[in-house]
Design a protein around this ligand. Structure first.
Ligand code: FMN
Length: 193
């Protein structure tokens, strides 16, 4: 049974606000793919817009450019090995979904391949035509058209990170296959002045 529930578009930025390493999914015709990306961020609340660096040499970039769409999946800590694996291989050589046994769910708006098992959230995105930033900086801007999150870790527009949902804690790449997990939350308190 899926624990994923729709996330209001005005809350979509919160899914990647804290800089998790994400998976970028893509498809064009019968071709489909998934890669890892450490460099993504929200850039606008409403309409929800994001930016992600997708190197022009990747198969992902080819499919995203061809379809005008891509998916962002926020993997949980249970996906560390898999995240590194899809970030170290190219879809030009293998179908990573098949090779690594990744279950796909179909995005409701764009029909993109998305992942829910061991993942905290996903966003379906429509590419915004920004040729200059794509060519010069490999930075792709996109509008989020649908989003959902696992209700065990994201409820009513807010993350809940605690001991009960460790496999869904987001992961953050330090480099060379080392990750840290977002494992505890702390509420900022007003300082006395
Ligand atoms: C943890 C991790 C983070 C990565 N972050 C990015 C990124 O932000 N942008 C990027 O273009 N490539 C990034 N990469 C590299 C791509 O995932 C890698 O080039 C991948 O093989 C491309 O796959 P594809 O050719 O199937 O699209 C990252 C790799 C890893 C392992």
């Amino acid at each position: 049974m899926s624990h994923f529930r729709p996330v209001k578009l005005e809350h979509a930025s919160r899914l990647i606000n804290h800089g998790p390493t994400v998976l970028v999914t893509s498809a064009h015709g019968a071709r489909r793919n998934v890669m890892a990306a450490a460099w993504s961020m929200p850039v606008e609340f409403t309409p929800p817009r994001i930016a992600v660096v997708i190197d022009k040499r990747t198969y992902t970039r080819e499919l995203a450019a061809a379809s005008g769409t891509f998916g962002i999946v926020v993997p949980g800590a249970a996906m560390i090995d898999l995240t590194y694996a899809v970030g170290s291989t190219s879809g030009r050589e293998i179908d990573k979904f098949e090779a690594f046994g990744i279950d796909i769910v179909e995005g409701p708006v764009l029909g993109l391949p998305l992942i829910e098992t061991n993942c905290a959230a996903w966003l379906e995105c429509r590419l915004i035509d920004e040729k200059h930033t794509e060519d010069a900086y490999d930075t792709c801007f996109a509008e989020v058209v649908a989003a959902a999150a696992d209700s065990r870790v994201f409820v009513d527009g807010h993350w809940i990170i605690d001991e009960s949902n460790q496999p869904l804690h987001t992961i953050h790449h330090l480099g060379a296959g080392k990750f840290v997990r977002a494992s505890s939350m702390e509420q900022a308190k007003p300082l006395a002045r």
